[in-house]
Design a protein around this ligand. Structure first.
Ligand SMILES: *Cc1c(COP(=O)(O)O)cnc(C)c1O
Length: 388
């Protein structure tokens, strides 16, 4: 029988948890109504499921249910936040601040806005991937309307100091958006404590389905204005039109509920697995850790490997472990990722890199096997190279 490789690419996506699937299924066939149909029970049933899910998601970040806008995922939530704020506040100012290591779903909307007359400051990060709060503070201007800094990085797992950033933004009267696609359900998030005004989330990174996400939009202190990007039936208080998707929505809430209930034990378990993997791999010469050693997602390990070709390394790993690469030296077709480039060390640019995303369904046994295989593959590629 053909065995599929061990899945260690949980920053790209995750499988749907069986418990999530179980709550979704009745909403496809039995409670199939349109939540907007207010004239009969089919609509009420669907609306009841959506309302409960909205409440669960809001409570997960210490918000209230009117502040949750459902979207197709974090890409759409980021676009709605950034373009929606730009359109609503352009008469106040046209300056936005973000980070070099943001996901393209933040950087690309910002670049789009630059093309239509906004000024975008893209801040560098420190060599460990963290924001430099002094440089950040100096970048704020009277005409700054929005700061967008992610909660957890999708490549190097680095956790930004949200409460510090939020406090600086609030004091300056600037709105604070965070892309929490990788963070929700994995680290504690509190929009009050962290003074977050807009927060993007998605289900498929936490064992929910693809195609569903949400944007939190603060309603008081301050009340955030947002220009809709999808116009139509006026759903979601006219902030995002389009028929709601109850199966995905109830599943999303269940996924968050499970993640929160398991957060403490999973953090411990995944941290141990990641540390074991790193302990084994760092026995080799010329292996470097990318990103802050401890202020990172428990399941994230991102390494640069000296003296091997990135494409050859991935090819060697493929049959045993499914991972993703951030860069590849000497492979003309693959450029180093913008995140690794932003860290600014020469080794992350010149060397091959691998991102391991360890998740809920990985076992200690699998990690041991992966450690052995990665070690053997790197050693073998290096031997071949010296022979040439
Ligand atoms: C996955 C991811 C996204 C995109 O989310 P989708 O729901 O797939 O659109 C955005 N930002 C970060 C940090 C991500 O990890």
């Amino acid at each position: 029988m053909y065995n599929r490789p061990i899945y260690l690419d949980c920053h790209a996506t995750t499988p749907v948890d069986e418990r999530v699937l179980a709550v979704m299924l009745p909403y496809f066939t039995e409670y199939f109504g349109n939540p907007s149909s207010s004239g009969h029970i089919y609509g009420w049933e669907a609306e009841a499921g959506v309302k409960q899910a909205r409440d669960t998601l809001a409570k997960a970040i210490n918000a209230s249910l009117e502040e949750i806008v459902f979207t197709s995922g974090a890409t759409e939530a980021n676009n709605l936040a950034i373009k929606g704020i730009a359109e609503a506040y352009f008469s106040k100012g046209r300056h936005i601040i973000t980070l070099q290591t943001e996901h393209s779903a933040v950087l690309d909307p910002c670049n789009y806005l630059r093309g239509v007359g906004f000024e975008i400051t893209i801040l560098p990060v420190q060599p460990d991937g963290l924001i430099d709060l002094d440089i950040f503070q100096q970048a704020l201007r009277p005409e700054t309307i929005l700061v967008s800094v992610m909660a957890a990085n999708n490549e190097i797992g680095v956790l930004q100091p949200l409460a510090e950033i939020g406090a600086i933004c609030r004091a300056a009267g600037v709105l604070f958006h965070t892309d929490a696609a990788q963070a929700i359900g994995k680290i504690p998030l509190d929009v009050e404590e962290m003074k977050i005004d807009l927060l993007s989330m998605t289900a498929h990174k936490i064992y929910g389905a693809k195609g569903i996400g949400a944007l939190y939009v603060r309603r008081r202190n301050p009340r955030v204005q947002l220009s809709a990007q999808l116009h139509g039936g006026g759903h979601e208080r006219s902030r995002r039109s389009g028929t709601l998707y109850p199966p995905q929505i109830v599943g999303f809430a269940k996924a968050v509920e499970i993640a929160l209930a398991q957060m403490e034990t999973e953090t411990k378990r995944l941290t141990t697995l990641r540390q074991n993997l790193w302990q084994q791999l760092s026995k080799l010469e010329g292996i470097y850790l990318n990103g802050h050693p401890t202020q990172r997602l428990p399941g994230n390990l991102n390494i640069s490997v000296e003296g091997v070709d990135g494409a050859a390394l991935l090819l060697g790993l493929q049959p045993i472990v499914a991972v993703s690469s951030g860069s590849a030296c000497s492979s003309a077709t693959i450029a180093p990722s913008h995140v690794l480039t932003a860290l600014g060390h020469s080794e992350t640019l010149a060397y091959a890199s691998v991102r391991f995303g360890i998740g809920r369904f990985n076992t200690a046994c699998e990690i041991e096997l992966v450690a052995q295989h990665v070690t053997a593959t790197i050693s073998s590629l290096r031997r071949q190279k010296t022979r040439v």
